[in-house]
Ligand binder design. Structure first.
Ligand code: NAD
Ligand code: TYD
Length: 338
């Protein structure tokens, strides 16, 4: 199969490309604008000849059309992905996540691709109180500029399926962690700050709950949906990894082996969603997917990966990152978490 992967130089996209490059025969093309979150180092080690890389913006209709030509399928990861940045600059999220998705849908339809996977998030469902889980039938009720832009993209993808008959499949996953994650997100931020003995910013009281999943489990789910999912269907992807943020941070401090109390409570995120939790029984029942990682084994492996790859994160902690963390964390900004 000829497969176009957008955003393949980012965290999840690069893990997906790495997986398919080693376990499938698919011909892979990555389209990526290499924003602050995209990094060619994420694709290092993939054998030459297994991958074609196109440096382009998802909003550039001519470039996207050229990339879609001759493809059998598209998996769409490219996005602005960080909630805190969406609060600082919502417009960038509307442009890439909403407009960019429409540009891609139009190009995919024009090229006659057979399958189109929209990689979405549980955040489109909004926030839960302390009980219940999201099913695929839960209403879309996004609350941050990030999740609103992702919900807009999902609706455009569903409109393309309904109106034009494009074979769209949508996956909605919980919070990912694992290798190659940019250290603006909670888990890699905490690992690097703990390793460097820097304060770890916990928003509010730290009781907000996220449903964590190892990135490899997410990538295997997307692959399964790509190959066997029913067009028009939505699949939640979750691995029963619900934990309050404070528990995650404490577990990372234990794994890093620091005895210092680095936890620092800071002003809460505006509009902070309290809890996400996913019912992924459809994916398990209909497509036979199940997670391979537990949160315990996955977190331990992730801490090990960051310990063993200082050259990767050393390069990532560059000027743009330092500027962002100064803006986001103010006086708390330091080296690793800022
Ligand atoms: P990421 O920020 O690590 O990577 C995003 C990639 O998209 C980068 O390589 C970046 O260069 C590229 N990109 C950004 N704007 C672009 C543009 N205009 N044109 C072309 N490329 C562009 O994100 P991630 O965490 O790997 O997330 C990938 C996808 O998965 C996103 O769609 C996100 O919404 C979704 N998702 C993420 C999570 C999570 O926990 N990280 C959970 C569920 C769903
Ligand atoms: P994050 O990794 O940004 O993912 P998302 O906002 O998409 O869920 O945040 C995960 C949780 O951790 C969320 O409840 C916000 C919280 N958080 C902190 O407490 N401190 C931080 O510095 C960051 C980045 C997140």
């Amino acid at each position: 199969m000829k497969l176009l992967v957008t955003g393949g130089a980012g965290f999840i996209g690069s893990n997906f490309v790495r997986l398919l490059a080693s376990e499938s025969e698919h011909e892979l093309t990555v389209l990526d604008a290499l924003t602050y979150a995209g990094n060619l180092a994420n694709l290092e080690g993939i054998p030459a000849g297994r991958l074609r890389f196109v440096h382009a913006d998802i909003c550039d209709a001519a470039a996207v059309r050229a990339c879609c030509a001759g493809q059998d399928a598209v998996v769409h990861f490219a996005a602005e992905s960080h909630v805190d940045r969406s609060i600082l600059d919502p417009g960038a999220f509307v442009r890439t996540n909403v407009l960019g998705t429409q540009v891609l849908l139009t190009a995919a339809r024009g090229a006659g691709v057979e399958r189109y996977v929209q990689v979405s998030t549980d955040e489109v469902y909004g926030s839960l109180s302390s009980s219940g889980r999201f099913s695929e039938e839960s209403p879309l009720c996004p609350s941050s500029p990030y999740s609103a832009s992702k919900a807009g993209a999902d609706l455009l993808a569903q409109a393309a399926a309904h109106t034009f008959g494009l074979a769209v499949l949508i996956t909605r996953c919980g919070n990912n962690y694992g290798p190659y994650q940019f250290p603006e997100k909670l888990i890699p931020l905490t690992i690097l700050r703990a390793m460097r003995g820097e304060p770890i910013p916990v928003y509010g009281d730290g009781r907000n709950v996220r449903d964590w999943i190892h990135v490899e489990d997410h990538c295997r789910a997307i692959w399964r949906v790509l190959e066997a999912g029913a067009p028009g269907r939505v699949y939640n992807v979750g691995s029963d990894g619900e934990r309050p943020n404070l528990e995650i941070v404490r577990e990372i401090l234990r794994l890093v082996g620091t005895s210092r109390d680095l936890i620092t409570f800071v002003r809460d995120r505006p509009g902070h969603d309290f809890r996400y939790a996913l019912d992924s029984s459809r994916l398990r029942r209909e497509l036979g997917w199940s997670p391979r990682w537990t949160l315990g084994s996955g977190l331990a492996a992730t801490v090990r990966w960051y310990r063993e790859h200082p050259e990767w994160w050393g390069k990532v902690l560059s000027g743009e990152y330092l500027e962002y963390t100064r803006r986001q964390y103010g006086a708390l900004a330091g080296g690793a978490g800022g």
